[in-house]
Design a binder for this molecule. Sequence first.
Ligand code: ADP
Ligand code: ZN
Ligand code: ZN
Length: 703
Amino acid sequence: MNISLSVVVQTPAHSALAGPLSYRSELPLAPGTLVRVPLGKRETLGIVWDAPVTPQTAVAWENLRSVAGVLQGIEPLNASWRSLVGFAASYYQRSLGEVALAALPPSLRELNPEQVVRRLKRGSTRPAHAHDAWVAGPPLTPQQSEALRRFGSERGPFLLFGATGSGKTEVYMRAVQDLLARDPSAQALVMVPEINLTPQLEARFLARFAGPHGEGAVVSMHSGMTPAQRLKSWLAAHQGTARIVLGTRMAVLASMPRLQLIVVDEEHDPSYKSQEGARYSARDLAVYRGRLESVAQGEDRVCRVLLGSATPSLESWHHSRDLREGGRYLRLSMPSRVGVATLPAVRLLDMNLQPRKTVLSPPLLEAVAQRIARGEQSMIFLNRRGYAPVLRCASCDWKSECPHCSAYRVFHKIDRTLRCHHCGLTERVPRACPQCGDLDIAPVGRGTERMEEHLGELLGSIRRPDGSPVRIARMDADSTRLKGSLEAQLAQVHAGEVDVLVGTQMIAKGHDFRHVTLVAAVNPDGALFSSDFRAPERLFALLMQAAGRSGRDAAHSEVSEMWIQTFHPQHPLFVALRRHDFAAFATQQLQERSQAGMPPYSFQALVRAEARSQEVAQGFLQAASAAARELGQAGHVTLYPPVPMSVQRVANIERAQMLVESPSRAALQRFLGQWHATLHALRQGPEGKGLIRWAVDVDPLTI
Ligand code: ADP
Ligand code: ZN
Ligand code: ZN
C-alpha cells in the first residue's frame, strides 16, 4: 500500500501559506509522528500533520517523494499539542513549520533515528529513593490556604495577586504537590521569566519533590542549556517521566501529554513575549493551552492555569475584574507578607529641593551609611549599564555616536571601550577627540559603573560593625557575562559579603536577599513621560519588585525602606507606589487607556519593515496599507501611517513600523489573515524592491 501524508517541515518565515507538504508512505502514520523526509537535496525532520491534502499542497502522485524514516520509540505528538502549535502559528502570523519545528529541541532535528533511540535508552530515569526525606513545606498562612482552597474548587484561569514575599512560590509548590499526589501520571509546567531565576527555583522544587517522586521528576527547559540537556529534558517531558517542567517562555510549547497545571510566575514580565521569530506571548499561550488541554482530557480532568504577580499586567488585571462585570479570570489575593514582615516604607525624595546636579542626595547617602554601620545591606538601582551613556568633546561638541546606528556608543571605563548596545560595535576609547583633536573629552550622564565608582568615593570612609571597610559591588549584564559569574555574585550577596549592591533591573527581580533593608531608585523619572503608553506600567512593576527585595527578613522589616529620587513626587504613579496600592494605580491607568481606546480596550499589531533606506521601508508599508484599503480588507481596523522606529537605524539598516488597531480581536485577526497574502505578494513585486525583511508583531509590548 502507498498513501499520501501531510508533513510539516521547517519552512522560511513567510511561506506561511504553503502549510504542510505531501509525501508518500508505505504505512499509514498517525498524526504527530516524527519522521525524516527529503527536502530539496537534504533530509530533514518533519511532523506528520492532520491537515487534509488541500489543492495547494496536492502534487501529482508520481512527483511525491517518500518519507525516509520514522523516529522509532518516540510517541506521536498529541492532538492538543498540534492544536496549540497550529493556533500559535495562525494567531502570530507565522508559518506552521517554523513554530512547530522551533518547539522541538534542536538536536532532534540533527540526530539520525538510531542516535535518538540511543538517547532514549540512556534517558531512563532514576527511581525515587524511599529513604529520601519528604519535605512537606511549612504550614500555610490563612491567605495561602484560602487561595489554594479556591484554586482547588474552581476551574480558573486564576490570577494570584500576591504582594512580594506573600508566599506565592509556596502556593505554586502546594498546587503542584496536591496534583501529583492526586494523579500518579499528572504533569505540571512552571514558568519563570528569566533563566537567572531557574536555578533558585529548581533547587526549591528538587528539595520538595525529588524525595517523593525521584530526581528525574523535575526537569528544566531554557535556552541556557546545552543541546544534549535540552533533548534529555524534552524527552522526559514528552514521555511523561518528568512530572514537573520548570522553564522560561520556550517551555510553553513543550510536549507534555499529561499536563494538568500551568503556573506563570511574574506573569507581567515582558520576557514572556518573544522578540524574534514567532513573537508569541508565552503567558497568553499558557492560558490558551490550559483551555485546549482541558477539552482534550475530558470532564473529570482540567488543566488549570495559575498566573501570579504582585503587579499583574493591566491585561490580566482587567481580565480578573468581577465576573459580573465581564471578568474571565478568578483573582486570588494575598495582600500581606508571610509572618510579621511588613512591606518597606516608600520615601519619595524631592530632587527639586536638592542642589543642582545632585546624583545621590545627602539624606539617601546618610541612610545607606547607617545601614552599613548596622551591618545591613542596601541596593542602588539604575537602569543603565556602562560608565556613561555618551562621551562628548567640550570644544567641538563631538559625541560618541555609532557610525552604524542612530544611537550613542556607551563608554565602558573598565576596559576603556566605546560600545554600541545595538549593533555591538566596540572600539577603544580615543585619547583625543576624533573630530578636533582636543584632549578634553568627557563622559556625560551615568551608568552603573560610574555609580559604583561614585559610591566608593562617597562611602569609602564608612566602616562596618567589625571595623572593616565597606564593600561595594555591581551587578549587571556586563558583570555577569561569564558563565557562572551570576551565580557567584548572587551567592556573595546572599552570604552578606556585599554591603552596597549597584545594579540594573537584573537585581530587582525575584531574588530572596535576606539582609537588604534599603532599596533606592536614583533616577526613574524618564519612564513617566515616555511615548510608550506601557512605560508607566513597567516602571511601577519594576519599582514594586525592587521594593520587594527590601525587608524580606521579618527581623529587619520594620526598618526597611524604598527610596525614590524624583523631580515629580506628586505624580500619581509615585503616590500609589507609596501606599503599595497597585489597584489604585491600575484603576487610574485603565481609565486613561479606556478613554484613549488603547489595550486592553483595543487590540494591536505592528508591521515592521527593514531596508537600506527609510523611503523603501516606509514605502513598502504605505503600499501595504493602500492595498488593504483598495481590497476592502480593513473593516473595523485602523491603519496608522508608517513611522520610523524609535531607534531608527541599527547596523546600517533602516527600520520603520506601522500600527494596526481594532476594537475587536476577531476583526484584527481576520484582517491580518487576509492581509498576509497581500504583504507577501507586495514583497515579490516592485514595492518590495530593496526591502530586506518584514514581520508582523501581534499584541506588541513596545510601540
Ligand atoms: P513571593 O514569591 O510571593 O515573593 P516567596 O514564595 O518567595 O514569596 O516567600 C517569601 C518567603 O516566605 C520565602 O522565604 C518562603 O520560604 C517563606 N514562606 C512562604 N510561605 C511560608 C509559610 N507558609 N510559612 C513560613 N514561611 C513561608
Ligand atoms: Zn572635539
Ligand atoms: Zn551600533
